[in-house]
Design a protein around this ligand. Sequence first.
Ligand code: NAD
Length: 400
Amino acid sequence: MIIKPKIRGFLCTTAHPNGCTRDVQGQIDYVEAQSDRSAGPKKVLVIGASGGYGLASRISAAFGYGASTVGVFFERPASGSRTASPGWYKTAAFTESARARGLYTANINGDAFSNEVKQATCDLIERDLGQVDLVVYSLAAPVRRMADGSVFRSCIKPIGETFEGKTIDFNTGQLRDISLQPANPEEVSDTIRVMGGEDWELWIGALKGRGLLGKGCITTNYTYLGSEVTWPIYHHGTIGKAKEDLDRACVSLSAPMSEIGGHAYVAVMKGLVTQAASAIPGMSIYLSLLFKAMKDAGTHEGCIEQTTRFYDSQLYSGEGLRLDDQGRIRMDDLELAADIQQFVSDNWFHVKEDNLEAKTDFAGYRRAFLQLHGFEVPGTDYQAEVDPDMELRLDVAETG
Ligand code: NAD
């Protein structure tokens, strides 16, 4: 069939297998082009391994350091005329390239919050790798199902006061006003249950309890702070509260990790277009301004540049880590550079439909969103018939 993007709101309901494959190959090429690496991770578990930062973390570890990787994710295969989800295609492409390179690659498609997936992952690591030396937790999920059947939903809302902002209609480029009522206390605590640090602690507890964390093992979790212009909806909102809980979890993990000579870190990453980020109201204007400023300054990075720099210049640089006063690793230095943020705040209230193209990089934002789904990836023939079915060998039967 011929696959085209179908966009509804902030969702694209189709994905292109060949475009996704090329996108992954581009990330692999980038990692392989960097040289002069010191010792790095060798056996890596990535939880949330099929998109955005998690996929890039996996690619950087495998193709940068020759690491064996186990990936846990929640993706959908193609069925009938429905395409697979982008993460399905991208993981299939990654797996093929990594295995062709002789790298151990195992995939678990299921609900990472469940005990079943945790146990299946532990069994697999015990059987095939013995232990891991890096655990990257990069889940971005809308819901968390508990073992007793109850469900928590995360939401993106302000706390305390109504959020008034603007968003860009993806299809028309029109600016729309948005108004979001503040979250109630239950919505705040539910969001923390989904996107906070509790499940990270459960994963580390399960792995450590089985003796699967090697000596000196590192575990990381990604957070976002961003610009003050987005704080009302992000940093000071429900998601910000969940991210605060990551800092709590990181402190609570420091004792169990130190027993094996290891460490837990929260890393502050750059704002980028990913599946999760595209759902945040108002983020499209911020990222369009940010991309413009960073591309003009020559400092723009995507997920793969971020995770590669994260390993090469921080975790495995062989030099001491550069931590902020809260013990976090900062990878948002270029985003928060004074000149970049000055450009964003100078223009924040002046973006209008008729100057969108001139003042911002909405075209780049739009392209990045389409590329997430395998569209507008250079070198892909979108007029050609393509089979939406793409085989992804799973190492554990669908579970959780
Ligand atoms: P993403 O949407 O691109 O990827 C999310 C991953 O989680 C996917 O692999 C998906 O399959 C997996 N997942 C979701 N629910 C699951 C479940 N129940 N079980 C198993 N897997 C599941 O997200 P992202 O933007 O890369 O976010 C990853 C982390 O990085 C998040 O903590 C996010 O807050 C953080 N972060 C993102 C940005 C950004 O701008 N995108 C910036 C800084 C930090």
